[in-house]
Design a protein around this ligand. Structure first.
Ligand code: MG
Length: 452
């Protein structure tokens, strides 16, 4: 019987014959801990050809069980809860283990939320019995074995489960999750809130009210007025300029103001017009000035405008963000931790961005748990910029978490308890049953569907 050690020696011995190695590789048996070595058969090796053999062989020989610690910890169940606390549903994910350590996550609400629930149920069959602390292995299990690159539903499901695995890992280790991801690189997390107003005056009032109440040092708003899809273009840009000016005058020169076009402008040249209209207000960034499908168009636009360009809330995983970064198509990326693949995926995306001198301002429109998970990301990520935030100080949002996070002077504290450091209030869920939710509809003046 060959052991991993002797197999490794055989695989790396230049004198070992290929046939001898192929014969022995089939004799490797599952280890006592139940984790199989990679399922590579002799036929697979033959198909790789002589050139592929050395790397394949070394990879197999160097494989070791992914976790040997004691005591063992196994996933026993995965549950999903749709909760409507106003607006869209929140999708909470709970992973249970055989030792009573539960982990919580939040999956993005895409709209057809029952599809996300069904996907998580499907993944459950692949994950029960596995050690939840092998997060990379389980992430690859979900991502790789889906085969087709996932869209919003698949990646939301993966994200929600992934969060819960980290929560369990932190609780099992007795550490906050950020301590498993590199530790703290800041003392608190800067946040901003989105606001609006039907008129420039109302927008200005809302800006002043939020800063007075929460101490924000940054805010975000749509530049275009409501109903802009059916308005003449000059009316849209003129109104955008008035709105930006009113907001700037309301907050003074030193509050950072982001402007979110919500990917509703189709033509890059009109996005450039919009950027020019709001430029006198010295924006912190312009967000999703055009849609996300054409990265080349975004790259061209970025080279023209003189405002930092932010985008990314509709993109998934490191693979989507690779295109944005490789083409230098954004100054700020905005992955969503509930959609892009989870907290580790955001860490990887952030590391890629760091090498391109790009900063990360996570998209965060979901629930209070999502905010907490983002705090762990922000705490441990050097090129974090600022986090989107919705206050959890009023019902029903504040009822969903025991002792929810509160903003102070525009910053969130970083917890020091194990896992996420906050407990989900599962008992409250029954009071807020899910409701059908859809983003809405928007049409041009001629009745044609527009973007929203
Ligand atoms: Mg946005």
């Amino acid at each position: 019987m060959f052991t991993p050690k002797s197999l490794r020696r055989l695989a790396t011995d230049p004198k070992a014959s290929r046939r001898k190695f192929l014969l022995q590789i089939e004799k490797v048996k599952p280890q006592p801990d139940g984790i199989d070595y990679p399922h590579m058969k002799r036929r697979d090796f033959l198909q790789t050809g002589a050139i592929g053999l050395p790397l394949q062989a070394q990879a197999m020989a160097q494989s070791t069980p992914r976790y040997n610690g004691k005591p063992a910890l196994k996933i026993t169940d995965i549950q999903t809860f749709l909760v409507n606390a106003g607006g869209r549903n929140l999708c909470f994910v709970k992973v249970l283990t055989d030792q009573g350590i539960d982990g919580w996550g939040e999956a993005y609400s895409v709209g057809p939320d029952e599809a996300t629930v069904a996907t998580i149920k499907d993944f459950k069959g692949w994950l029960v019995g596995k050690d939840p602390r092998n997060v990379e292995y389980l992430w690859a299990t979900m991502y790789n074995f889906t085969r087709f690159p996932g869209g919003a539903v698949i990646n939301a499901a993966i994200s929600g489960i992934e969060h819960a695995l980290w929560d369990i890992s932190g609780k099992a280790a007795g550490l906050p999750v950020y301590m498993l991801l590199g530790g703290k690189c800041r003392d608190k997390v800067r946040v901003y809130q989105g606001t609006g107003g039907a008129t420039p005056q109302q927008l200005a009032e809302n800006c002043k009210r939020l800063i007075a109440k929460y101490g924000y040092t940054a805010l975000k708003m749509a530049p275009h007025p409501n109903g802009s899809q059916s308005m003449p273009w000059n009316a849209v840009t003129r109104a955008a300029g008035q709105r930006a000016e009113a907001a700037r005058n309301a907050v003074g020169p030193d509050i950072d103001l982001g402007f979110d076009a919500h990917a509703t402008i189709f033509e890059p040249i009109r996005a450039f017009n919009m950027a020019e209209a709001i430029r006198p207000a010295t924006p912190y960034f312009i967000e999703e000035p055009i849609r996300m499908e054409n990265v080349d168009a975004l790259q061209t636009l970025k080279q023209k405008i003189n405002i930092p360009l932010a985008t990314g809330e509709c993109l998934y995983t490191k693979f989507d963000f690779r295109q944005i970064l490789a083409k230098q198509a954004a100054d700020i990326i905005q992955p969503d931790i509930c959609l892009a693949g989870g907290i580790m995926e955001l860490k990887k995306i952030a590391a890629m961005a760091e090498a391109h001198y790009v900063v990360v301002a996570p998209h965060n429109p979901m629930g209070p748990l999502a905010t907490m998970i983002n705090v762990h990301f922000a705490a441990s990520t050097p090129n974090f910029l600022i986090l989107e935030y919705h206050p959890d100080d009023e019902s029903p949002r504040k009822n969903l978490i025991k002792d929810p996070v509160m903003v102070k002077d525009g910053y969130l504290p970083i917890p020091d308890k194990p896992g996420w450091g906050y407990e989900v209030n599962q008992e409250a869920f029954a009071h807020y049953p899910p409701k059908p939710w859809h983003r809405g509809f928007a049409y041009g003046a001629d009745g044609a569907p527009d973007y929203i």
